[in-house]
Design a protein around this ligand. Structure first.
Ligand code: XMP
Length: 513
């Protein structure tokens, strides 16, 4: 399963994963490797091109991250971005200096001019906006290089040695604020590295299916299915590869959204897999009865999940392989390249260490989330499963504030369904990253018809975010909020007041518990 590969040498910049995603979006496979990776290992990857990322350091500082200069004799094209550009210049005999005064430092959107005769800038306008973020700049370009872009404060905003295939940009082409950044990366891949674009999810699917069949042979495979995107796509891939040898254990804890359990089950009906749906609602609700403290709820659910899964695994007997839905950001963030151990604790609420299996398979460990979704589509999973928003492992238990009862869960399920339905009707689904309802444990007085009511307050929550570490509350139009509020109060018994949560994260969190 060898694809044309771009090696991205990671010098610790904040946009490094973004560079990798952009390269993949261009149809070229790439891998991020720490700059400390031995050259022999990098060579073994046989890349068609190398990208040096940005980083927080100065090339002339003692102990600054560097690279074996031998890399320049490989004969593969290199693109240096920001710190990577300065490093390239520094190692090849140019001069990088700290900006003496503020006018030479550049942060943010910066107009620049380009030499469109340079392969990196072919087909682009002569002037456009770039995203700069640097305190050092290149005073002298190395021998053999020419200046290929410049800005007011930066005489060498891009450098090129076209004969050797070495390029450097002081700005960040991977960031959306660089107007033609994607085209520049595309040019690097296709004009300079001569990529053919052999990375598509259709091919990935076919190759993975073949590789999984070969590896697994006639052995048995077990997968814990949560209904989330990653485990669902992993399940579909394994189902395609070795359907009849696969058992998916789907623990339905009764804390799912409306219709969710049935939707997950229906999605897997086309494959001849052994699908075990454990209806554990009663068991979970009994354990949760009277529990109000959020952390205790989470602990009980995590623990119970493991117990149910273990019991099912025991019934199935010895399995050879356990499948995990680890994806590439988990691998990169773990930094060790050995994410298996970490994910067996984090994935699906933390699986037991001692389920009787011989080896872990992680078929998605090279994919970004958007690629996982695309693979899901290739495998024929329905769109509602593939594009679903994140849903926490503890489910609605952390969206019913205070003690949890089946009646409260049913009320919340209905209200949450209406909220999502109205958002879909208004065509706003793609404008928000996560949106849901929360049943508070506060009651207040209302009036319906001619009568007094004393019912629960429902909170609506919606956030817009790139990474869920920070999030902004979504500016949902008033008329949409009005339609949601009217429909819920009129059709869901037990709710007589709706509020909209207008706090961002921080200081709030996305979930209420
Ligand atoms: P918070 O509330 O921490 O949520 O701002 C950030 C994101 O994480 C999700 N979340 C969870 N996901 N298990 C999960 O799998 C959990 O226990 C959990 N708690 C929060 C939350 O839905 C949001 O997307």
């Amino acid at each position: 399963m060898k694809h044309e590969t771009i090696l991205i040498l990671d010098f610790g910049g904040q946009y490094n994963q973004l560079i990798a995603r952009r390269v993949r979006e261009c149809g070229v496979y790439c891998e991020l490797k720490p700059y400390t990776t031995p050259l022999a290992q990098l060579k073994a990857m046989d890349p068609i091109g190398v990208i040096f990322t940005g980083g927080p350091h100065s090339v002339y500082a003692p102990g600054a991250p560097s690279v074996d200069p031998e890399i320049f004799s490989w004969g593969v094209p290199i693109l240096g971005i920001c710190y990577g550009c300065q490093l390239l210049a520094h190692l090849l005999g140019g001069k990088v200096v700290p900006a003496q005064d503020d006018s030479a430092r550049e942060y943010g959107k910066t107009p620049a001019r380009f030499d469109t005769g340079c392969a990196l800038f072919t087909g682009l306008p002569a002037g456009s906006v770039t995203w700069m973020s640097h305190g050092d700049y290149m005073e002298k370009v190395p021998d053999g290089f020419v200046t290929a872009a410049w800005s007011d404060a930066c005489p060498n905003a891009a450098i090129a040695d076209q004969a050797r295939g070495f390029y450097g940009v002081q700005f960040h082409p991977e960031v959306n604020h660089t107007e033609y950044g994607r085209q520049m990366l595309h040019n690097f891949l296709y004009e300079i590295c001569h990529a053919s674009g052999d990375w598509t999810m259709g091919d990935f699917k076919d190759q993975s299916v073949a590789a999984l069949r070969e590896k697994i042979g006639t052995k048995k495979v077990l997968l814990a299915l949560s209904g989330g995107v990653d485990s669902s796509v992993a399940a579909a891939l394994l189902a395609e590869a070795v359907g009849s040898q696969l058992t998916c254990v789907f623990v339905d804890h009764g804390l799912m959204r409306k219709n969710e359990g049935n939707e997950v089950q229906a999605a897997f009906a086309p494959w001849p897999i052994h699908f075990v749906r454990v209806n554990a609602e009663e068991r979970f609700l009994q354990k949760l009865a009277g529990v109000t403290e959020p952390e205790r709820k989470r602990k009980i659910i995590g623990e119970e999940f493991i117990r149910v899964f273990e019991a099912e695994a025991k019934k199935i007997g010895a399995v050879d392989y356990l499948v995990q839905g680890t994806i590439y950001p988990d691998v990169v963030e773990s930094g060790t390249g050995d994410a298996a151990v970490i994910k067996s604790h984090h994935n699906v609420g933390g699986l037991p260490d001692y389920v009787d299996f011989k080896e872990i398979i992680e078929p998605l460990r090279l994919l970004f989330k958007d690629e996982v979704r695309q693979l899901g589509r290739e495998l024929g999973l329905p769109e509602y499963l593939v594009s679903r928003q994140p849903f926490p492992g503890p489910g609605l238990a952390i969206r019913v504030i205070g003690d949890i009862t089946k009646a409260k869960l049913d009320t919340l399920r209905e209200a949450d369904f209406i909220f999502r339905d109205e958002i879909a009707k208004a065509g706003l689904e793609r404008t928000m990253d996560q949106y849901f309802a929360v049943l508070t444990n506060m009651r207040s007085v209302g009036v319906m018809g001619d009568g007094r009511t004393y019912d629960y307050t429902l909170a609506l929550r919606s956030v817009t975010t790139a990474d869920f570490m920070t999030a902004d509350w979504t500016r949902i139009p008033y008329d949409v909020l009005d339609a949601v509020s009217t429909r819920i109060v009129n059709s869901v018994p037990g709710i007589n007041r709706i509020v909209y949560d207008i706090t961002s994260k921080p200081p709030a969190t996305v979930e209420w518990e």
